[in-house]
Design a protein around this ligand. Structure first.
Ligand SMILES: [Cu+2]
Length: 157
C-alpha cells in the first residue's frame, strides 16, 4: 500500500505548517521573551489574610505616586467592596483568590484577569475618565456567582 500523490502533498503541507507554527511560538517565547502578563507570583491560598500585601486589602498610594489596589476575591464578593482611585494616575491591581477560581473584570477597560487560588495576578491600568466602573466575576464560582460584583469609583484628580 503506497501513498497517493495528493496524500503525500497534504502530509508534507501539514508537517511544514506544524514546524512553521511551532517555530513562531518558540521564537516569540524564547527569542522575544514573551510570557503571560501576570499570575507568575504564588501565594498559599489558606494564608491569604496573613500574607502581605493581602493582610491589608485596599487602596494604597506608593512612594512613586502609583496607586496599588489589593483585592481578595472570595465566594461571592470582592474585598474591599469599595475602591476609590483618581483618574489619570497609574493604578496597579493585585488580586488573588481564597477559595475557587474567580475573575476580576472591570467593564469597558482592558482589566480582565482570571483569579486562581495560589496565584497573585497583577495588572496596571490608567483610568482616563472619572466615573463608576463595574467590576464583575466572569468565572462561574458557585451558586452566588451572579451576585459577585462591585464598583470602582474613579474620582477627578
Ligand atoms: Cu464568580
Amino acid at each position: 500500500m503506497g501513498f497517493h500523490k495528493y496524500e503525500k502533498i497534504w502530509l508534507l503541507f501539514g508537517i511544514i505548517s506544524l514546524i512553521l507554527f511551532l517555530s513562531i511560538v518558540g521564537v516569540s517565547a524564547f527569542g522575544f521573551n514573551h510570557h503571560p502578563s501576570g499570575g507568575m507570583e504564588t501565594i498559599d491560598p489558606t494564608k491569604v489574610e496573613n500574607t502581605a500585601p493581602f493582610d491589608e486589602p485596599g487602596v494604597k498610594k506608593l512612594e512613586d505616586g502609583t496607586y496599588e489596589v489589593v483585592v481578595i476575591a472570595e465566594a461571592f464578593s470582592f474585598n474591599p467592596g469599595d475602591i476609590k482611585v483618581p483618574a489619570g494616575e497609574k493604578v496597579v491591581f493585585k488580586v488573588t483568590s481564597k477559595d475557587v477560581t474567580h475573575s476580576f473584570s472591570i467593564v469597558d477597560t482592558t482589566v480582565n484577569m482570571m483569579v486562581v487560588p495560589g496565584r497573585v495576578n497583577t495588572k496596571t491600568f490608567k483610568f482616563d475618565k472619572p466615573g463608576k466602573y463595574l467590576i464583575l466575576c466572569n468565572e462561574y464560582c458557585g451558586g452566588g456567582h451572579h451576585y459577585m460584583s462591585t464598583e470602582i469609583e474613579v474620582v477627578p484628580s
